[in-house]
Design a protein around this ligand. Structure first.
Ligand code: F6P
Length: 361
C-alpha cells in the first residue's frame, strides 16, 4: 500500500523512533511504500510539502529528538489560517486535504500527534479518508492511552532541572519556583516534582491558596530548611483566580487553543510580600521537549510505530494504538479527544501529602 505519514502538534522526543518503527515494519513485513507529509497537516494543504520515506531515510534516527518530517500546530484543515483583507482568519479547507490525499495516491494516512492532531484525523476519517493514529505528547493527558512517549523523557529533564535548582537554592537560601509544561494536566509537574523532591507541588487539578504555601515555606524555615523548591504547572492557578495565558487563541489563527505561560511569575508575585527569602522563577519551557528520547520512550515509540500497521492490515481505520494496563492495544480516534487529568485522590497525591509535600490547598 502507499501510505502517508505526518507528525502534528508540538514535537516530542520519540517521534523519529515511531517513524523508524513504522517504516521498517511497513517495508520489511508488508512491502508498503511511505510518503512523508511535511510540517503536520500543512503538508496536506500546500503543494510540494512531501518526501519519499524509504528505509534509508529512517536510518540512524532512533535517538534523535524533534521529527524529520517537521510539525505544526497551526495547520488545522478545518480551521485553516488564511489572509482575508489583510487579516488572518480561520476557514474550513478540509476539502483541500481530502483532494490532496487522493492526488498523492494515498491508500492510508498515519497521523502521529496529540489530541488536536488525532481529532483532526478523526474528522478526516469521517470525510472518508483511511486514517489511523499514534498518540504522542509530553503532557500525558490523552484519555485513550495510559502513557504517551515523550513523557518519560520530559520527567527526566524536569527532575534533573529540580536537582540543579536545589543546590543553588540551598547556597543562596532562596525560594525557587519552577514552571513546568503540561497544559491543563498536572502529570509532568507531579512526576517531575516527586522525582526531584520538590517541597510544594501546584497542579491545575488542585487550585492553590497563597496563604497555604506561605505557611508551608515558613514552616520549613522554622524546621531549619532555609530554601524551598516549588514546582508549578503552567496550567495551575490560584483558587478563585485564572490560568495564566501567554497568548489568546484568537491571536494564534489555526491553533485553536490558548498558549499558556506565566503561572510561576503570578505565584512569585503573590508570595513575595509575605516571604523574607528571595524568590526566583525558572521557566523550563521547550527544554522539556528537546533532545534525545529516554530508553523507555524509544521502546514505547518503536512499538507504537510498528503496531500501527496492525490497524492498517485489518483496515481498522479511525483507530489508534494505545497502551492500557501495560498492554499495547487499539482504541477509536474519537476516544483521544477527551483530556485526562491527575487523580487528586490517587496514590501519588496521597503519598506525597503523607510525606509533607504541600499541594497549596
Ligand atoms: O502539548 C505539549 C506542550 O509542550 C504543552 O505542554 C505546552 O502547553 C504546549 O505544548 C506549548 O506549545 P508551543 O510549543 O506551541 O508553545
Amino acid at each position: 500500500m502507499r501510505l502517508g505519514v505526518l507528525t502534528g502538534g508540538g514535537d516530542c522526543p520519540g517521534l523519529n523512533a515511531v517513524l523508524r518503527g513504522l517504516v521498517r515494519r511497513g517495508v520489511l513485513e508488508f512491502g508498503h511504500e511511505f510518503v512523508g507529509i511535511l510540517n503536520g497537516y500543512e503538508g496536506l494543504m500546500e503543494p510540494r510539502l512531501t518526501m519519499p520515506l524509504p528505509l534509508s531515510e529512517v536510518k540512524g534516527i532512533l535517538p534523535k529528538g524533534g521529527t524529520i518530517l517537521g510539525t505544526s500546530n497551526k495547520a488545522n484543515p478545518f480551521k485553516y489560517p488564511e489572509r482575508v483583507d489583510g487579516k488572518l482568519v480561520e476557514v474550513d479547507r478540509s476539502d483541500v486535504a481530502v483532494k490532496r490525499y487522493h492526488e498523492l495516491g494515498l491508500e492510508g494516512l498515519v497521523v502521529i500527534g496529540g489530541d488536536g492532531t488525532l481529532s483532526i484525523g478523526h474528522q478526516l476519517a469521517q470525510k472518508g479518508l483511511n486514517v489511523v493514529g499514534c498518540p504522542k505528547t509530553i503532557d500525558n493527558d490523552l484519555s485513550g492511552t495510559d502513557v504517551t512517549f515523550g513523557f518519560d523523557t520530559a520527567v527526566g529533564i524536569i527532575a534533573e532541572a529540580i536537582d540543579r535548582l536545589h543546590t543553588t537554592a540551598e547556597a543562596h537560601q532562596r525560594v525557587m519556583v519552577v514552571e513546568i509544561m503540561g497544559r491543563n494536566a498536572g502529570f509532568l509537574t507531579l512526576e517531575g516534582a516527586l522525582a526531584g523532591g520538590a517541597d510544594v507541588v501546584l497542579i491545575p487539578e488542585i487550585p492553590y491558596r497563597a496563604e497555604a504555601i506561605v505557611r508551608k515555606l515558613k514552616d520549613r524555615v522554622t524546621r531549619g530548611s532555609k530554601f524551598s523548591i516549588i514546582a508549578i504547572s503552567e496550567g495551575a492557578y490560584p483558587a478563585g483566580g485564572e490560568v495564566a495565558v501567554a497568548q489568546k487563541a484568537e491571536d494564534i489563527p489555526g491553533r485553536g487553543v490558548v498558549r499558556l505561560g506565566g503561572s510561576g511569575k503570578v505565584l512569585a508575585d503573590l508570595l513575595a510580600p509575605h516571604i523574607d527569602a528571595e524568590i526566583r522563577v525558572t521557566v523550563l519551557g521547550h527544554l522539556q521537549r528537546g533532545g534525545t528520547p529516554s530508553a523507555a520512550d524509544r521502546v514505547l515509540a518503536t512499538m507504537y510505530g510498528a503496531m500501527v500497521l496492525d490497524l492498517v492490515r485489518d483496515r481498522r481505520w479511525d483507530h489508534m494504538v494505545c497502551l492500557r494496563e501495560g498492554r499495547l492495544q487499539f482504541t477509536s480516534l474519537a476516544e483521544s479527544r477527551k483530556e485526562r487529568h491527575v487523580d487528586v485522590t490517587g496514590d501519588k497525591v496521597r503519598m506525597a501529602r503523607s510525606m509533607g509535600i504541600s499541594f497549596g490547598d
